[in-house]
Design a protein. Structure first.
Length: 293
């Protein structure tokens, strides 16, 4: 498999998390959920076959967090050939599952390893666009007034008298204890120093500004369990820090799939927790079980 050409990662990974995923998968000898891959189909053959397959009774149905997941089985050789015939000509973006993919690569280095292959859900985003949203940061141990004051040393910080709101394209919104601030225009020298060992393209990425200019440089947030929590829901992040003494939330703007693909094709990996593609397949609905070693 020409993995470097066919699969296009877009986010960096944490070596520690990769090791944890690899140990978990190896111990279970199973993959509990597929990678989520996005591609653009140039032909309609696969779509026509899928429309035929989904007329059959489903193999399984699950409703999780308000989303209904329906699974159909396709075991007809001719249908499978039609479904897969054009895939080798398409480059698939890893939308979700970077650490699991890296864990498979790690485990697959051993001769004869079954982890050279991976369970995956491919989505033609021309026909079925995925939702792309930001991932927000919640810092339980950081006082919001102090956070705003320190952020003003490295960026433009303005109070938002009307309270929290959705960030603009080049803006972060700092929230806590009923107050909110707009954070824009990072100081160029401070940003360069914070990203000195990173790709220059990171200077325009909200997650890089958030994690390296603010969390690392301005706030010196320790790299300890629980120091930073990640939230896919902006309203929930705001609610988590609404009470005095409950910490600070940093709301990030969403990027676009076009921008994600541009960076990925250029070989630039975004910071971890930069994007949230969805909806994701339900854990446990489709399994890959390897059996005894």
């Amino acid at each position: 498999m020409r993995e470097e050409r066919l699969l296009l990662p877009h986010e960096d990974v944490s070596p520690q998390v990769v090791q944890q995923r690899a140990a978990h998968m190896s111990g279970l000898r199973a993959q509990l959920e597929p990678l989520l891959l996005a591609y653009s189909a140039a032909e309609s053959t696969a779509g026509q076959v899928m429309n035929h397959v989904i007329r059959r009774p489903p193999a399984a149905v699950a409703r999780v967090a308000g989303i209904t997941h329906t699974l159909w089985a396709c075991d007809d050789d001719q249908e499978i050939d039609l479904l897969t015939s054009g895939l080798s000509r398409n480059q698939a973006l890893i939308a979700d599952g970077h650490h699991r993919h890296a864990a498979c690569l790690h485990l697959g280095r051993q001769p004869g390893s079954p982890w050279k292959n991976s369970l995956a859900l491919l989505v033609d985003t021309n026909a079925y666009p995925l939702r792309l949203s930001a991932i927000h940061r919640v810092l339980p141990g950081l006082d919001p007034e102090k956070a705003a004051s320190l952020a003003a040393d490295v960026a433009r910080v303005l109070s938002l008298p009307d309270g929290p709101r959705k960030p603009g394209p080049n803006e972060l919104v700092l929230v806590g204890a009923g107050h909110a601030w707009s954070v824009t225009d990072p100081e160029p020298r401070a940003l360069r120093e914070a990203l000195a060992s990173r790709p220059r393209e990171w200077g325009a990425l909200p997650a890089a500004v958030s994690d390296h200019l603010l969390l690392d440089t301005a706030w010196a947030v320790p790299d300890l369990p629980g120091a930073v929590r990640y939230s896919h829901d902006a309203q929930q992040a705001v609610a988590d820090v609404a009470a005095p003494g409950s910490g600070t939330a940093l709301l990030l703007p969403a990027t676009t799939e076009v921008r994600v693909r541009e960076l990925a094709r250029a070989g630039v990996l975004m910071p971890p927790k930069s994007t949230s593609f969805g909806p994701k397949p339900a854990v446990g609905l489709a399994l890959r079980v390897l059996g005894p070693p």
